[in-house]
Design a protein around this ligand. Structure first.
Ligand code: ADP
Ligand code: MG
Length: 790
C-alpha cells in the first residue's frame, strides 16, 4: 500500500505573440518544493499611479516553465505514474487550467510536431516498451476513451461510428455496485496489443472528439476527456491477476465568471463556468478537510468516474496549466489555489490483485489429478469415485458386526478411505431412519412398562400404608369403644352404688384425663391393659361418686389432702405431665407421618407425570437424550428415598413412644395404687385411733364422724372389710347430722396426715357401705395385678 498526497505540478504555457506577460517568478529548488510567485499589479486609478503590488505564492512539486519540453514533462510527471501502473497500482494524471492554458497540449500533445507528443502517446509508448521487456508476466492491455460533456458520457472509441455530432456517440452511463465501485456502461474497452494499435485508438478518439466539436458547443473547452489504459498481468501458471488502470484526464476549462476584475481591490472567488468543475472543487475541499466522512462524489459524472483517483486507491498527479498573461492573472491564481487544495489530499494506492476463477479451477483440477496419482502410488490401488459391489457388501457386514457388538470400545474400522467412511455414515443414517418409527413405538412401550412398574411399586407401598392406617384406626376404634364401654360400665356401677351411696370423682377425673388422652391415635396399649386400667376406675366407686353426700365429700377431701401431702403425688404429677407430653409428641409424629406419606405419594405422582411427558416428547421429537436416564426423575427418586428414611425414623420414634407411654401409664397406675393403699392404711389407722379414743371426739365441740370399725386392723384389707367391718348407723345417732364442713372454724379435719385428733368420717351407713365397696374393689384390683396386700 502506498499512502501519499496527490502530487501537484505546474506548467506555464509560452506566451503568444500578442500576449502581454504577467509578472511571475519561479523559485525552482531541486531539493524541496518549487514555488511560484504571481504579482498582481495595481492599475492606474483616478489618474495617479499606485505602486502597491499584491503577491501570491504557491508551492508545487515542480514547476515547468514556458520553455519546458514535452519529454521533460513526461519523464518528470508521467513516467513515475506509468511505472506504478505497471506494478499493479492505479494511477491518474489530470490537467487542470483555463481554456487555452495547454491542457490538451500537455495530455495529448500538439498536432504538428512529433516532439510535441503529449503524455498519452508517450505513456503508451513507454508502457508497451516495458511490457515487451518483461517476459516474466503475461500482460493484456486495453484502452478506453470517454468524453463527458454536460453530465453525459460519450464513448469516443466506437469504431463503427462515424459521428458528426457528439450526441450521435454511444452514451456512457454510470453503474454502482454494492461495494460502491463505479462501472461505466457502454464504454468500450478496446484491446491494444501494441503501441501502434493503441495510438490508432487514440487517434480515432481524438478524431471523434474533433468532429463532434463545433464552434457553437465549444465541446473541447466545456468537456472532460478521460483516456484510460487498462493493464492486467499475471505470472504464468498463477491464478492471481493484477489489474491496474491509468487515467489520463484532460479537464474542461476552469475559467470562471469573474466578479471582480484584475484591478479590483481583492481577488475574490468566482464561479466556475463548468458546473462539474464546481463539484470537483467541492470533492477536493471535502477530501482536504480532516474528519470529513461524506465526500460528494456523486454530484457529477466526472467526480464519480474519478472517484478512485481522488481520495482513493490511486496514485494521482495533477498538472496545473497556466497561461500567465496580464489578462489571465486572476484565472492563473484561481488555478494555483485549486492546486494547493488538491495537494492536501492523501490517497492510498493498493495492489489490485484478484483470483481468476477459471484459472483456479484448472489449477485445482490439476492438483487433484496429481494427488490421485500420488494415492495410487502409495496404496497401490487404483481408486474410482464409486465403491465396487464387493466393497459395499463388505462394508454392510462390518457395520452390522459393529452394531451388534455390545463392547463399548468396539470400533468401525474401514480404513483411510473417504468413500467408505461416507458410505458408512449414509448407511447408518438410513438404518436410523428405518428404525425411527419402531424405536418410537419401543420407547412408548418401554415408558408405559416403566410406568406400570412404578405404579406397582407405588401401589404396593400405598397398600402397606393403608393397612398400617387401618391398623391404627382399628386400634383407636377399639380403644374408643373400650373407653365408652368402660365409662358406661363405670356409670352403671356408679348408678348401682349411687342408688345406695355417693362417691368422689377426684381420682376418676385424674384418670379420665389419661383415658381421654389415651384416645389419641398414636397411643395404642393393649386391649387387656386398657380393660384392666378402666376397670380399676369403675371399681373405685368410693372415689368416683358424683353425689354430694357428706361422707363421700369428707372422704374426698380427706383423700385430696392426703394426696397433696403424699410424697408420691409429685411423681404422679410429673408422670402425668410427661405422659401428656408424650401423647402430644405422638400426636405430632402421627401428623408428620401422614404428611410424609402424602409427600411420598405426591413425589410418586410427579414421577408418573414425568414418564408421560417424556413419552410424549419421544414421539414428537425423538432424540438421544430421551433414551438416557432422566435427571429430574432421579432427583425425585432420591427425594422419595429421603422421605422414606425420615418416615422410618419417625415411625420408629412413634413405636418407641408407644412403649414409653405404656410404661408411663403402668407407672402412673402403680403410683396411684400406692397412693390409694397408703390412704387406706392411713385411713384405717386413723379410724383405729379414733376408736381407741372416742371420748376425744365426743367431748369435742366438733361433730366428727368416725368409721365404726368393730375390729381394728393394721392394714385395710378386703378381709378385714368383709369379715369385720360393718357399719352400724345406730351406734352413731348424731352421725347423720355431722359434717366435716361444720361451721366450726377451728376444725382440723383438713390436716389428716399430721393430725390424729379429727378424722372426717361419716356415720352414714350409706357412705360407709360405699367405703367398704370401694375397699373391696381396690382389693380386687390389687389382687388381680398381684399387688394386693395379704
Ligand atoms: P487547452 O486544452 O487548455 O484549452 P491547448 O492545449 O489547446 O489548451 O493549447 C492552446 C494552444 O496553445 C494550442 O495551440 C497549443 O498548441 C498551444 N500550446 C499550449 N501549451 C503549449 C506549450 N507548452 N508549448 C507550445 N505550445 C503550446
Ligand atoms: Mg483542450
Amino acid at each position: 500500500m502506498v499512502k501519499e498526497t496527490i502530487r501537484v505540478y505546474a506548467r506555464v504555457k509560452p506566451l503568444g505573440r500578442r500576449q502581454q506577460a504577467g509578472i511571475y517568478s519561479v523559485d525552482d529548488d531541486e531539493k524541496s518544493l518549487s514555488s511560484l510567485e504571481i504579482i498582481v499589479p495595481r492599475d492606474l486609478a483616478d489618474g495617479f499611479v499606485n505602486n502597491k503590488r499584491e503577491s501570491y505564492k504557491f508551492k508545487f512539486q515542480k514547476i515547468f516553465d514556458q520553455e519546458a519540453k514535452q519529454d521533460v514533462v513526461f519523464d518528470n510527471i508521467a513516467k513515475p505514474v506509468a511505472e506504478c501502473v505497471l506494478a499493479g497500482y492505479n494511477g491518474t494524471i489530470f490537467a487542470y487550467g483555463q481554456t487555452g492554458s495547454g491542457k490538451t497540449f500537455t495530455i495529448t500533445g500538439g498536432a504538428e510536431r512529433y516532439s510535441d507528443r503529449g503524455i498519452i502517446p508517450r505513456t503508451l509508448s513507454y508502457i508497451f516498451d516495458q511490457l515487451q521487456k518483461d517476459s516474466s508476466k503475461v500482460y493484456t492491455t486495453h484502452v478506453s476513451y470517454l468524453e463527458i460533456y454536460n453530465e453525459c458520457g460519450y464513448d469516443l472509441l466506437n469504431p463503427r461510428h462515424e459521428a458528426s455530432r457528439l450526441e450521435d456517440l454511444p452514451k456512457v452511463t454510470i453503474m454502482e455496485d454494492p461495494d460502491q465501485n463505479i462501472h461505466l456502461k457502454n464504454l468500450s474497452l478496446q484491446q491494444a496489443t501494441n503501441e501502434e494499435e493503441a495510438l490508432n485508438l487514440l487517434f480515432l478518439g481524438d478524431t471523434n472528439r474533433m468532429i463532434a466539436e463545433t464552434p457553437m458547443n465549444q465541446a473541447s473547452s466545456r468537456s472532460h476527456c478521460i483516456f484510460t489504459i487498462h493493464i492486467s498481468s499475471k505470472e504464468p501458471g498463477s491464478a492471481t491477476i493484477r489489474r491496474s488502470k491509468l487515467h489520463l484526464v484532460d479537464l474542461a476549462g476552469s475559467e470562471r465568471v469573474a466578479k471582480t476584475g484584475v484591478g479590483g481591490h481583492l481577488l475574490t472567488e468566482a464561479k466556475y463556468i463548468n458546473l462539474s468543475l464546481h463539484y470537483l472543487e467541492q470533492v477536493i475541499i471535502a477530501l482536504a478537510e480532516k474528519n470529513r466522512s461524506h465526500i460528494p462524489y456523486r454530484n457529477s459524472m466526472m467526480t464519480s468516474v474519478l472517484r478512485d483517483s481522488l481520495g482513493g486507491n490511486c496514485m494521482t498527479t495533477m498538472i496545473a496549466t497556466l497561461s500567465i498573461d496580464r489578462r489571465n492573472i486572476e484565472e492563473s491564481i484561481s488555478t494555483c489555489r485549486f492546486a494547493q487544495r488538491v495537494a492536501l489530499i492523501k490517497n492510498e494506492a493498493i495492489l489490485n490483485e484478484e483470483i481468476d476463477p477459471t484459472l483456479m479451477i484448472v489449477k485445482l483440477k490439476k492438483e487433484i489429478q496429481e494427488l490421485k496419482d500420488e494415492l495410487v502410488l502409495v496404496t497401490g490401488k487404483q481408486r474410482t469415485s464409486e465403491l465396487s459391489q464387493e466393497e459395499l457388501l463388505q462394508l454392510d457386514e462390518l457395520i452390522e458386526t459393529f452394531l451388534e457388538d455390545n463392547d463399548p470400545n468396539s470400533t468401525l474400522d474401514v480404513g483411510a478411505d473417504m468413500r467408505k467412511i461416507k458410505y458408512c455414515f449414509i448407511h447408518l443414517k438410513q438404518l436410523m431412519n428405518d428404525s425411527k418409527i419402531s424405536d418410537k413405538k419401543l420407547l412408548l412401550q418401554h415408558n408405559s412398562e416403566e410406568k406400570d412398574t412404578n405404579k406397582e411399586v407405588g401401589e404396593e407401598e400405598l397398600k402397606k400404608l393403608k393397612e398400617l392406617l387401618q391398623q391404627r384406626d382399628n386400634e383407636i376404634n377399639i380403644l374408643v369403644n373400650m373407653l365408652k364401654k368402660e365409662k358406661k360400665r363405670a356409670q352403671e356401677a356408679l348408678f348401682q352404688l349411687n342408688s345406695a351411696s355417693a362417691g368422689s370423682t377426684v381420682l376418676e377425673q385424674s384418670l379420665c384425663v389419661n383415658l381421654e388422652e389415651g384416645q389419641s391415635p398414636a397411643s395404642s396399649f393393649s386391649l387387656k391393659e386398657a380393660k384392666d386400667f378402666s376397670s380399676s376406675v369403675h371399681r373405685l366407686p368410693f372415689l368416683s361418686r358424683q353425689t354430694e353426700g357428706k361422707m363421700s365429700l369428707g372422704c374426698q377431701e380427706a383423700f385430696e389432702v392426703f394426696k397433696q401431702d403424699h410424697a408420691d403425688s409429685i411423681t404422679i404429677e410429673d408422670n402425668k405431665e410427661l405422659l401428656k407430653q408424650r401423647f402430644a409428641e405422638a400426636k405430632c409424629l402421627g401428623e408428620k407421618l401422614n404428611e410424609v406419606r402424602s409427600k411420598i405419594n405426591h413425589l410418586k405422582g410427579e414421577i408418573t407425570q414425568r414418564h408421560i411427558q417424556r413419552a410424549v416428547l419421544a414421539v414428537s421429537s425423538p432424540s438421544e437424550e430421551l433414551n438416557t436416564l432422566d435427571p429430574v426423575e432421579e432427583q425425585l427418586r432420591t427425594q422419595i428415598e429421603e422421605e422414606k428414611k425420615s418416615y422410618k425414623i419417625m415411625f420408629n420414634r412413634l413405636k418407641g413412644l408407644k412403649v414409653e407411654i405404656e410404661h408411663l401409664q403402668l407407672l402412673m397406675e402403680k403410683a396411684k395404687m400406692k397412693l390409694q393403699k397408703d390412704f387406706e392404711v392411713w385411713w384405717s389407722e386413723e379410724a383405729q385411733n379414733l376408736q381407741e379414743k372416742p371420748e376425744m371426739v365426743s367431748s369435742s365441740n366438733i361433730m366428727t364422724v368416725y368409721p365404726q370399725l368393730r375390729k381394728p386392723s393394721q392394714h385395710l384389707s378386703i378381709n378385714s372389710f368383709s369379715e369385720t367391718t360393718r357399719v352400724s348407723p345406730s351406734e352413731d345417732p348424731a352421725g347423720k347430722n355431722n359434717s366435716i364442713t361444720s361451721s366450726n372454724p377451728i376444725s382440723k379435719t383438713r390436716t389428716p396426715a399430721s393430725s390424729s385428733t379429727s378424722i372426717p368420717l361419716t356415720g352414714d351407713s350409706q357412705a360407709d357401705a360405699d367405703i367398704l365397696a370401694f375397699m373391696k374393689a381396690r382389693q380386687n384390683i390389687l389382687q388381680k395385678k398381684g399387688l394386693g396386700n395379704k
